[in-house]
Ligand binder design. Sequence first.
Ligand code: SAH
Length: 460
Amino acid sequence: MQYLPVCFRLKDAPVVLVGGGTVGTRKARLLLRAGANLTVVAPEISDELEGLLAEHGGIWQRAEYTETDLHHKRLVVAATPNRAVNEQIHADATALNLPVNVVDSPDLCTFIFPSIVDRDPLIIAISSSGRSPVLARQLRRKIEAMVPGAYGALAEFAGRYRDRVKQAIPEETPRRLFWEQVMEGTVAEQVMGGRESRAEELLEEQLANTEAHYVGEVYLIGAGPGDPDLMTFKAARLLQTADVVLYDRLVSEPILEMARRDAERIYVGKRRDDHAVPQNEINQLLVDLAKEGKRVVRLKGGDPFVFGRGGEEIELLAQHQVPFQVVPGITAGNGAACYSGIPLTHRDHAQSVRFATGHLRDGSINLDWEQFQSETETLVFYMGLVGLPVICEQLVVHGRRADTPIALIERATTKEQRVLTGTLSTIVEIVEREKPRAPTLIIVGSVVLLHDDLAWFGGR
Ligand code: SAH
């Protein structure tokens, strides 16, 4: 992060703006809206700026810039057309330890103006760290469309009740749950519909009855195979409500970052043959946390019900009558296939597809190999890297041709994705040479031949 977004309180603060052209006028409007006590230093200023200053009681100092203009100021903005003057202002402000913004010169700024969505008192600031103001503005337009205008009223309302609710519910977690419920429910609807007194009545009723709001819940969420964009809307939304997030190795950092910053994170990951937290402890933990009244998210790579032991985790929840929801995710087999240009079915190649585990235990894989013979069925193996030689051998022993195409997709859908292709007789050697890193997924069948033509990752 190159800039820390903070909100500056400028009410009655002495601020100096050097330059009064079009850009300066735009900045002045913002500074005045925030209540700054503004002085504009410039030999000439726009008519609009003159009007703004008259309206808000700002001062126009009709002169060229000198260093003394910065004295006793809280913030400096330079908007002159002259680079040398701008540089001088930057140098003077820096010497005085004053925050300075020089318009259109990110290198001379110690702070920058983000694009803002203004739903006063609610403010959303968007910054591209000076790289692409156009992109930031585009994003702002999207957010403008998404955030109802009445959110400002809602924030105002919440602000008025903040202390009252704090007294009524001193503990932090239940208080947040209470507010979340208020913001998502009928109270908010009433405020946004302009019926504040009804909203106040409802809020008081709910405050009198807070015990009812302490119920925890567990969301078992499929986080997809790696690319955060492959999460569902529901997964992202519920993740943002979590008080605590239990995750394992397959869940990438950008996905975890979608959780609230103060949400507790618990790693319960497993590596092959090294169970960090035994499954029954994870199951119990979910129950315990929910009973503490928390919203618990259990994030799983891919889909929770595809080789994810999701069924076991919710069994105990059901027994303890803890409310839960299961949110499906894109399983690695689907993600890897799409991102490597290998359709799992294709009219000319495969009419069915089978997902199997290639987990090796005591040197063998517990599968009914007789069922894996069909040339027109695509096979997808999860957890098959270590057992790859056994998979290839067993498929050939049970009737698959040795030249059947096979692909091994390493870290599918992430930036590190790599696809290794070969045949049942060559792939083991290729993998030994290339040493792919987990997680990897294996696809077997003639659909793999399509990869060369359909891959859009530039031949990976
Ligand atoms: N529930 C998960 C599977 C968990 S089993 C799902 O639906 O995807 C773990 C196996 O999934 C790994 O051994 C690997 O075979 C596969 N896998 C998960 N993420 C993967 C990825 N990004 N790339 C390749 N394989 C992946």
